[in-house]
Design a protein around this ligand. Structure first.
Ligand code: AR6
Length: 174
């Protein structure tokens, strides 16, 4: 489903298959791979991605770093480190918002015009998806208002249930 005049799209799909300028990875602080979407991205990108991330020295929670996309259809991977959910009073919202805005800032700096995000922190890291969707969609929408070079942001949900949560939130807040 499309929002913001087509600049924001919510889909159910596999982010590793998307032909966009950049996909965002829900990484951990080591940037050396893991399970979930991180594992899927490393498998699809091939060993060159791990070679490059080994040289990055990790990444702080709420921040992001960019690499090539290697064997992926996407030209770049932006690795964002989401917060682990600790109940909601440990600045989880602020750190998650940072993942979105810092990733989008890197996108602008690298002339990325189309970018796809997974639902950061809502898998292994346990962030409740309804609350995460508000942080994600609100942060993306505010960023798009001020940055016209970004043509399209895709929120790539994994499964119809997650897609529905994002769509319901988008219909409420956008
Ligand atoms: N395409 C799109 N979304 C996906 C895909 C895919 N191919 N595979 C899973 N998801 P998670 P986190 C969704 O656990 O919570 C890793 O081990 C998934 O359904 O991947 O930020 C890292 O190395 C969920 O909605 O990331 C870290 O250690 C979303 O991606 C840790 O997990 C995020 O789930 C990060 O945990």
């Amino acid at each position: 489903m499309e929002f913001l005049g087509g600049r924001l799209e919510i889909i159910d799909g596999d982010i590793t298959k998307l032909k966009v300028d950049a996909i965002v990875n829900a990484a951990n602080k080591s940037l050396l791979g893991g399970g979930g979407v991180d594992g899927a991205i490393h498998r699809a990108a091939g060993p060159g991605l791990l070679e490059e991330t080994r040289g990055l020295g990790g990444c702080n929670t709420g921040e992001a770093k960019i690499t090539g996309g290697y064997d992926l259809p996407a030209k770049y991977v932006i690795h964002a480190v989401g917060p682990v959910w600790h109940g909601g009073n440990s600045n989880e919202d602020g750190l998650l918002a940072g993942c979105y805005t810092n990733s989008l800032q890197l996108a602008v700096e690298n002339d990325v015009r189309t970018i796809a995000f997974p639902s950061i922190s809502t898998g292994v890291y346990g962030f409740p998806i309804e609350r995460a969707s508000r942080v994600a969609l609100g942060g993306i929408a505010r960023f798009l208002e001020d940055h016209e070079t970004i043509e399209k942001v895709v929120c790539c949900c994994y499964g119809r249930a997650d897609e529905k949560v994002y769509e319901t939130t988008a219909n409420e807040v956008l």
